[in-house]
Ligand binder design. Structure first.
Ligand code: ZN
Length: 96
């Protein structure tokens, strides 16, 4: 069958292009992982400058938000409920 070989011939270069695209995707993936690196840098920067004093500050971002706190849906900062722009909305006054 001549048709069979005709179909096989063009497929091979197509597969090579696919593998090239996979390589491109893999190259982009480490860039996305850079976000995690930033978080690690932040954690390190908290520990670097200091001693025991920063230990107390460290617990602030780590501890989950309290019942009287909310997380602003715009700036993603945890705010006290007093900073809430309006009841029922997770938006702080700064972002309202
Ligand atoms: Zn906000």
């Amino acid at each position: 069958m001549a048709t069979t070989t005709d179909y096989d011939a063009p497929r091979q270069p197509v597969i090579e292009e696919d593998s090239l695209e996979e390589l491109r995707v893999r190259r982009e993936t480490p860039n996305a992982a850079a976000v995690d690196v930033d978080e690690n840098d932040l954690a390190e920067s908290f520990e670097l400058p200091g001693g025991d004093q920063l230990d107390e500050e460290l617990t602030v971002p780590v501890v989950a938000q309290q019942a009287d706190e909310f997380r602003c849906s715009k700036c993603f900062l945890v705010r006290h409920r007093n900073q809430r722009a309006a009841a029922g909305q997770d938006v702080c006054r700064d972002c309202a």
